[in-house]
Structures are given as C-alpha cells and as structure tokens.
Design a protein around this ligand. Structure first.
Ligand SMILES: Cc1cc2nc3c(=O)[nH]c(=O)nc-3n(C[C@H](O)[C@H](O)[C@H](O)COP(=O)(O)OP(=O)(O)OC[C@H]3O[C@@H](n4cnc5c(N)ncnc54)[C@H](O)[C@@H]3O)c2cc1C
Length: 413
C-alpha cells in the first residue's frame, strides 16, 4: 500500500492533522491500535477530559468538527480560580473582564477524537486503518516503509508520529529525548458536589501537589485532576469511595460544598519528556509523541493541537510551492515554529510546579504577594487572562477566530 502521508495515531492530535489536511488532495492513512468509537450523549462522563483553549476551539470550528462536539456535550467555563493551601491570596480570571464569552471548554477526550476523525474521513482520500499497530519503520532515500503487526508494509513520503507518550515512531525512528520526573501521579475521576460549579474551573496547590475541579455540563459534576506524590496517590487510590470523597473534600475546602459521589478512579504517572528533535527527513513528531507536560495548567493537548495546525499549515504552504509534504524545508519550518514554544511552556510549567512544591515561609509570602499583585493590577491580570485563551503568539491560521464561519463563537461584549 502507498500513501502521501501516514499518520501513526488517530488520537486527538493525529486526527486533527488529518482533518486539517482534508482539502489538500493528499492520500492520507491514519493508523491506530484501537478503533475510534462514537460517544453517546447519555453515557457516563469519560474519566479523561481536557480543558481546551479558545485557540483549540477555533481549530475545531475551522475544520468543521465543533458541531459534532456540541451535538453531544461540552462545558464552557467562564471563570478560573487558583489558590494555594498555605496562602491567603486567590487568583481569579474572568472571561467577562476581557469581554469574552468564555475562557475555554471542557470536553471528553474520546468525543474530541471521534469528532476529528469523523471530520477527516469526510474526505475519501483519508483512510483509517484500525485496529493496526505500527511495529517497524525503515528509511529509504525518497520514502519510509511502515510495517504493521499484520505484516503489511506501507510506503509514505511523510510519516507523522502522533502515537502518544509511548510513541513507537519516536523509538523506531529513532529520536532521542530529554526526560525528567515530576515524582507525582495524577488521579482522575468524575465527582458530584452538593453546590453547583457555576462554570468555574478551580485549582488549589496543596503541599503534595495541585488539585483541579473542572466543570462538566451537569452543574453538580466535575472532572477532577489530583496530582500528588507517588506515596500519597497510592494511599488515596486504595481508599473506599466514601473515604475518598471525604478526603477530597477536606483537601479542596468547601467552595463546592460536600463531595457526595465519585465515579471510578484512574491514576497516571507524570513524567516530562521532550524529544531533542521533532523531525528527520520525511518524518515528524506531533503531540504527546514529541512532548509530555504536567497537567497543572491543562496545556498538553492544546500544545499538540498547535503542532498539528502548524504542520498542516507548513505542508499547505509547501504544496503551494510544489514541494512534497515531507520536504526538508516544510519540516524545518514546522520544527522551528513549534519546538521552542513547547520548550518554553514545558519549562515554565516545571518551574511553576517546583515553586509551589517548596514550603519555605519566605517563598510562600512571595507567592501570595505575587498573586495579590496580579489580581490588583488590572492590565497585568488582563494580560494573563488573554494568555489563558491561547490566542497570543505565533498562531497558525486555524487557531485564529474566523467570523465568516457560521456559528463562529465571538466575544459577547
Ligand atoms: C491526568 C491528565 C490530565 C490532562 N488534562 C489536560 C487538559 O486539561 N488539557 C490539555 O490540554 N491536556 C491535558 N492533558 C494532556 C493530554 O491528555 C495529552 O496531551 C493528549 O492526550 C495527547 O494527545 P495525543 O493525540 O498526542 O496522544 P494520545 O491521546 O496518547 O493518542 C495517541 C494515539 O496513538 C495510538 N497509538 C499508540 N501507539 C500506536 C502504534 N504503535 N501504532 C498505531 N497507533 C498507536 C493510540 O491508540 C492513541 O489513539 C492531561 C493529561 C493527563 C495525564
């Protein structure tokens, strides 16, 4: 079999790339180890939910996948509250302060993946091969050979590794990476609280790690992400549901009343990884295959979506100049636009995590003073609020607002 582009991994990021390229007259093969299944609007909430920025929402709208998300369910949030266990100050971001309708949206990962894959497959030149596992890669002068677990071989001018944190493409290429541990696990689940969340995303920095309550479409349901040291996480994961709800309520405080119920819990070890290069001739990595970041600022998939949008933009720009998708200048431009930006965000998140992990009294005071200043100095606060939308910096066209698209969500003010 042959394709212009093989995208390994039809997760959220790989399928956005396929959807973004769907009008470019390219033969694209999306490969995934698992079939992509449609979510049901009345199913229980998935444990894996992501806070997506307004820039990511714009990408869904541009490619035509947003209506598939909204037809099922999503939860826009209009406020963000961040505080710390040891401090008095609270940082409050509000969409209304900057004339926006909302700061971002909570959407289940599986729903985003399905909406994007379905959108990509609207073009008959995009095919999905699943379940199929990539087990081998071989480089030739003008193409790569991709080997599947079935023994089938596929030839492609460009191979994109969008196969997540344990990327086989990264290992087989091979591309080396920098790894540093957060020495934490993230626990995730859906919980019900006695008070409504009022479309507010809340985060508290505990001594053992950050804890976020992210609002779901039901006003009394939140998706939580609780990052803690391995010892603490193992202890919490072993608790029965009643003890867990009590412990969670004690850790979080009473902003949402009592934690009344929890769904099944899952835990993930948190490891930061960044590949030293994003590309080889005819090969590129995007999303978690290239970088893994602490979930404390909800940035991981938003960075991955930007990778996909920039790579699609550079491939399009190359095609306009009659360059093939895997041309070195196309991949070089992609890598230059994304690696530095991702490194900056990753190191900022690691720095933030370390600043909040330390408990020296002078540092606690400094953190509180800093938060107080940001809250009081309105232009500074508006700057951070705009950063939270993800609409600053080198944005690909797909991430920008486009009022010409019907149903494009504009600021309410
Ligand atoms: C607890 C937690 C909370 C998070 N919260 C947020 C948040 O609020 N906001 C945010 O932006 N990010 C968040 N993230 C990060 C986000 O989940 C990831 O960045 C995102 O899932 C990465 O998407 P991806 O498509 O790159 O990879 P994945 O979602 O891992 O998809 C990879 C795909 O590749 C397939 N695959 C793997 N190996 C092969 C192979 N050999 N052959 C073929 N296919 C293969 C897999 O089946 C999968 O479908 C969070 C992460 C964690 C751990």
């Amino acid at each position: 079999m042959k394709a212009d582009i093989v995208i390994v991994g039809a997760g959220m990021v790989g399928s956005l790339l396929a959807a973004a390229l769907k009008d470019r007259h390219l033969d694209i093969l999306l490969i995934d180890t698992a079939p992509v299944t449609p979510p049901a609007a009345d199913a229980p909430y998935e444990p894996r939910v992501s806070a997506i920025s307004r820039a990511s929402e714009n990408m869904f709208r541009h490619v035509g996948a947003w209506k598939k998300v909204t037809a099922v369910r999503y939860s826009p949030y209009t406020r963000m509250e961040v505080r710390e266990e040891e401090g008095r100050a609270e940082l409050v971001f509000s969409a209304a302060d900057i004339g926006e309708s909302h700061l971002g949206c909570l959407v289940e990962n599986r729903l985003m993946q399905w909406a994007l894959t379905e959108t990509a497959l609207e073009n008959p030149q995009v095919r999905l091969l699943a379940p199929a596992r990539v087990v081998g890669l071989e480089r030739y002068a003008s193409h790569w050979q991709v080997q599947l677990d079935s023994g089938e071989i596929i030839e492609a001018g460009l191979v994109v590794g969008a196969d997540g944190a344990q990327s086989a493409v990264r290992r087989l290429a091979p591309l080396s990476m920098e790894v540093w541990g957060y020495h934490q696990k993230a626990m995730v689940c859906t919980v019900r609280t006695s008070r409504p969340h009022e479309a507010t995303a809340r985060q508290i920095f505990l001594k053992t790690g950050p804890l976020a309550f992210l609002p779901l479409p039901d006003p009394h349901l939140c998706s939580i992400v609780w990052s803690a040291t391995h010892e603490r996480a193992d202890q919490v994961m072993q608790m029965d549901d009643e003890t867990f709800c009590r412990e969670l309520g004690t850790a979080f405080g009473d902003a949402l009343g009592v934690v009344e119920w929890t769904d099944r819990r899952f835990a993930f070890p948190l490891i930061a990884r960044h590949t030293e290069r994003y590309t080889l001739p005819g090969l590129a990595l995007i999303g978690d295959a290239a970088h893994n970041i602490h979930p404390l600022a909800g940035q991981g998939v938003n960075l991955g979506f930007l990778d996909a949008a920039v790579l699609a933009e550079e491939i399009g720009r190359g095609l306009d100049r009659r360059l093939p998708p895997g041309h070195e200048s196309v991949l070089g431009r992609y890598s230059r636009r994304r690696r530095g930006h991702n490194a900056l965000i990753m190191h900022s998140m690691t720095g933030l995590e370390r600043v909040y992990a330390a408990h020296w009294p002078w540092l606690i005071q400094l953190r509180n003073d800093g938060v107080g200043v940001v809250n009081r100095v309105l232009p500074l606060k508006a700057f951070f609020e705009r950063q939270a939308l993800g609409l600053e910096g080198d944005l690909p066209a797909l991430a920008q607002a486009c009022p010409d698209i019907p149903d494009f969500h504009r600021a309410s003010a």
